[in-house]
Design a protein around this ligand. Structure first.
Ligand code: NAG
Ligand code: NAG
Ligand code: NAG
Length: 285
């Protein structure tokens, strides 16, 4: 069994949370062993511009390869991301990379009719529908070897007036030119309201939603109450107490409320509790 070192880097503005694992995780889960803080750093030229790209601090992750020279690999997640499965599940994808891949992301969309990049982007983007950057596996060793940051700066200079979603657009442009460097992970690892608000379009989530991303404020809104109810169930759970009694049972009873039944995302609520059902039912039996 490997010992896992996990650090969480939180920007002052709480723009992002980073789970940094120096080594591969054990199957049984992740043990938190240290917390460390590091100041936000950007290239000295055009510092203000980087800081204000999209949201304060969000573009910080583009410079992690040089900011964390001693770290081999990390999992980056946006602050509006919640885990519905052990972190080790997504970490396994590092071991599926071939020799050229240095990062992994999920598609931005699954369907041309409602995709954003294919309908609106004024710049190149990865693949058919682009990628979403809310959950990103980054092999920093490989990114440093590729000289990632030397590729980022000219892209920013050329496209900055045509980008809408800040660092996510820069990442899409980079992987448009270097598709061999990106591994695509399935949508259940970055499940967003777009996947269920009109119709259910993430087909692989039938095996369970692994990581849920309440982007555009959905954890704090009633537009699709599934997202808020999951957020609240995790928020109310006291670490150290029974996850069966104090997380799974309350979540299951919240999920059969009328407003969930009446919403489109409510139709996939079984997919949102599937992993928790499998993990925590044993504790009860
Ligand atoms: C990252 O890439 C380096 C260089 O290829 C490799 O040695 C290392 O094992 C990779 N890290 C992970 C977590 O796969
Ligand atoms: C790795 O996989 C990508 C995507 O399938 C491919 O474009 C690339 O050529 C592969 N690299 C190697 C070294 O096989
Ligand atoms: C919502 O749907 C579930 C499953 O079909 C059902 O058990 C529950 O009674 C419904 N809730 C309400 C308030 O009708």
């Amino acid at each position: 069994m490997h010992h896992i070192q996990m650090c969480i880097l939180v920007s002052v503005a709480m723009a992002s949370l980073l789970y940094i694992l120096h080594r591969g995780p054990s199957v049984s889960g992740v043990k938190e062993s240290s917390l460390s803080g590091t100041p936000i750093t950007f290239p000295s030229q055009s510092k203000k511009e980087w800081r204000n790209l999209f949201k304060p601090c969000a573009s910080q992750r583009l410079f992690l390869p040089s900011l964390l020279p001693e770290v081999d690999s990390l999992l980056y997640v946006d602050t509006d991301v919640l885990f519905l499965s052990p972190i080790s599940d997504v970490w396994e994808y590092f071991y599926k990379f071939n020799d050229s891949q240095l990062a992994a992301l999920t598609p931005e969309h699954e369907n041309e009719n409602i995709g954003w990049y294919n309908r609106f982007a004024r710049h190149p983007y990865y693949g058919r529908l682009g990628v979403n950057s809310g959950v990103m596996l980054m092999n920093l060793t490989r990114m440093r070897k590729f000289e990632w940051e030397k590729h980022i700066l000219p892209i920013h200079n050329e496209y900055r007036l045509r980008i809408t979603w800040g660092d996510q657009d820069i990442i899409n442009i980079l992987f448009y030119y270097h598709p061999d460097k990106l591994y695509i992970i399935p949508c259940e690892y970055n499940y967003r309201p777009d996947h269920c608000m009109y119709m259910s379009i993430c087909t692989s989530s039938q095996k369970g939603i692994k990581i849920i991303h309440g982007n555009r404020g959905y954890f704090h809104s009633d537009k699709q109450p599934l997202f808020r109810i999951i957020y609240e169930a995790i928020e109310k759970y006291q670490v150290g107490t029974s996850p069966y009694q104090n997380f799974l049972l309350p979540l299951q009873s919240s999920l059969i409320q009328q407003n969930i039944n009446d919403s489109n995302c409510g139709k996939i609520s079984n997919q949102a509790v599937l992993i928790a059902n499998n993990l925590f039912i044993n504790e009860y039996l």
